[in-house]
Design a protein. Structure first.
Length: 92
């Protein structure tokens, strides 16, 4: 079970393609992971409710609406980081 005490953040980004590439690499190597996707537009912004409700999304780039984060166990972190560095040209 992943907890803040036994896991580390391996990758954070806004690009869904790179996010999926990271997950695929980890799955191929059999490294367990946990992922999180956050939308900052759902945050409370005062009287108007959420930021999306107050300001809308017109004019915002679609790739900036979500932030993706991938966690691995601390014991697997070095191996996973090495794997990402080995495939860094694919993740650019």
């Amino acid at each position: 079970m992943f907890t803040p005490f036994n896991s580390e953040s391996l990758w954070i980004g806004n690009d869904m393609g790179k996010y999926n590439a990271v997950l695929d690499l980890l799955a191929q190597e059999g490294i367990p992971y946990r992922q999180k996707a956050r939308s900052h537009m759902g945050q409370f912004s005062g009287r108007g409710g959420s930021m999306r409700g107050t300001y809308g999304t017109l004019g915002m780039r679609g790739d900036c609406l979500y932030e993706y984060e991938v966690f691995v166990y601390k014991k697997d972190f070095d191996r996973a980081k090495f794997l990402l560095n080995r495939h860094r040209e694919m993740l650019r």
